[in-house]
Design a protein around this ligand. Structure first.
Ligand code: PGA
Length: 256
């Protein structure tokens, strides 16, 4: 069976109130129910998770981060078990905005271990800060992958999703998204590296997403020509209509 595209909404530190979160989520749920050929995942601030746990058709919820500690005295931290109990099925790990606050590949590896132990699906974010002309970004991405996945057991690979997000293409300050051709090249490279870690067959089954200035105008092109099986959407996921358009184009695009 053809796998559905995975379209992930990363709300980051928005919206500002539970009421707005609820309204946005209900708009997205409606759009997701119509987008039958896409699997939608909404990642709100952790505080809103439990009120969104009864997700609708084709929708699951996820967290934006997880502690690598499983219990104990860790002020401000949230464990994988707590996220699971609050209704999360997915968790984004190693987002560039977390890495900018000091998360290393070593920390990311421990977080992945903690999340997989609770059987959450991990969305591991990787991506270069700069696309240099000598191709050094390939080795940067390779070490992010190898170091972040250092401790992962082969049996857990079925719960791994890789999100390729070039840092220069993310957020308000980004000039533009990557090109689908650029992403295509990297997606092949990611799969090649994965194959050396977990074997060809398992590497082939891992879903790779593109993220960074995704919008309704470029979503379908990335899915058609970027070699990816889904998208990680920031700003454009904060408006139900805009995100709904992305879901619609994903649902209408063939996943080959
Ligand atoms: P953006 O963010 O879509 O607003 O560029 C993507 C992300 O950071 O995941």
């Amino acid at each position: 069976m053809m796998k559905k595209f995975l379209i992930v909404a990363n709300w980051k530190m928005s919206p500002e109130t539970p009421a707005r979160a609820k309204a946005l989520f209900s708009g997205i749920k409606k759009a997701a129910a119509r987008a039958k050929n896409a699997q939608t995942v909404v990642c709100p601030p952790a505080l809103y998770l439990s009120s969104m746990a009864t997700a609708g058709k084709n929708v699951a919820v996820g967290a934006q981060d997880v502690s690598y500690e499983s219990d104990g005295t860790h002020t401000g931290e949230i464990s994988a078990r707590m996220l699971k109990a609050a209704g999360a099925k997915y968790v984004i790990i190693g987002h560039s905005e977390r890495r900018a606050r000091g998360e290393t590949n070593g920390i990311v590896a421990k977080e992945i271990g903690a999340a997989l132990k609770e059987k959450l699906i991990v969305i591991l974010c990787i991506g270069e800060r700069e696309r240099d002309t000598h191709g050094e970004y390939f080795s940067f991405i390779e070490s992010q992958l190898r170091e972040s996945l250092a401790g992962i057991a082969k049996k857990d690979m079925g719960r791994l999703v890789i999100a390729y997000e070039p840092v220069w293409a993310i957020g308000e300050k980004a000039k533009e998204a990557d090109t689908p051709e650029g992403t295509f090249e990297i997606s092949l490279f990611i799969r090649k590296i994965l194959a050396t870690i977990i074997g060809k067959e398992k590497a082939f089954a891992v879903q790779i997403l593109y993220g960074g200035s995704v919008n309704p105008n470029n979503a379908a092109v990335f899915l058609k020509r970027g070699g990816v099986q889904g998208l990680l959407v920031g700003r454009a996921s904060l408006d139900a209509r805009t995100f709904g358009e992305i879901l619609k184009s994903a649902s209408m695009t063939k996943n080959i």
